[in-house]
Design a binder for this molecule. Structure first.
Ligand SMILES: CC(C)(COP(=O)(O)OP(=O)(O)OC[C@H]1O[C@@H](n2cnc3c(N)ncnc32)[C@H](O)[C@@H]1OP(=O)(O)O)[C@@H](O)C(=O)NCCC(=O)NCCS
Length: 186
């Protein structure tokens, strides 16, 4: 397991499925993920099994985010290897229940995941996409040291409107420079 202060990360279990199904089809969440098509429990079970397979193959690392105090599973964070030669990965995160948004758990989960990505998976850089209608996530990524590297203008159609997609990234060196400010000791 990968430990932060208030959360820890662990592999997904099939017993996580009910919690995923409680929130995964909620449009309040899905509008930020470009995944607005509702999913069935069977599809989500297949996805959990796929996370195990992809981790074994070194393709992608998906971990559940769990609150240390209560052991409540609140979401997922992923690093997907985009280019194994350049050691470039893509980061994704979703905390399911809005009651857990804005409490610092996302920042902490990303800090833990970046430490894992740079010191265990040996990535050289991590990148992600965030939508212009998601200022909370933008601020969270900024706190973790991500910088804006580009924009895909009006590349997303969501809630009846076209939105920009911002491209963000962080290199290992930038992460090292930032880590003294981080809550995660390295
Ligand atoms: C994005 C997400 C992972 C962030 O995690 P989180 O725990 O909610 O974020 P944190 O509490 O660590 O940080 C949020 C920051 O945004 C700020 N914020 C919240 N709402 C904001 C808004 N409308 N505008 C600007 N900043 C905002 C908070 O004040 C906080 O910054 P601060 O610490 O400087 O005060 C989480 O909200 C989530 O999973 N959301 C739904 C799915 C999603 O958007 N995934 C990301 C897709 S790119």
């Amino acid at each position: 397991m990968l430990f932060g202060q208030n959360i820890y990360l662990r592999g997904l279990e099939l017993t996580d499925l009910p919690e995923i199904m409680k929130y995964w089809n909620n449009q309040e969440l899905k509008q930020f993920l470009n995944a607005t098509t509702p999913h069935s429990a069977q599809e989500e079970e297949e996805w959990i099994r796929k996370t195990w397979e992809e981790r074994k193959n070194g393709e992608s690392y998906v971990y559940g985010i769990v609150l240390t105090d209560s052991d409540i599973y609140i979401g997922n964070v992923e690093v997907r290897i985009k280019d194994p030669i350049s050691r470039r990965g893509n980061l994704g995160i979703a905390i399911f229940n809005p009651v857990y948004w804005g409490k610092g758990f996302g920042t902490e989960a990303i800090e833990v995941m970046l430490k894992y990505a740079f010191t265990t998976l040996n990535l050289h850089s991590a990148e992600l996409e965030v939508f212009s209608n998601n200022p909370r996530a933008q601020r969270c990524y900024e706190k973790c040291g991500f910088q804006k590297s580009g924009v895909r203008r009006e590349a997303l159609f969501v809630n009846g409107e076209y939105r920009d997609i911002f491209l963000l990234d962080i290199t290992k060196e930038e992460w090292k420079d930032k880590k003294s400010e981080n809550r995660i000791s390295t």
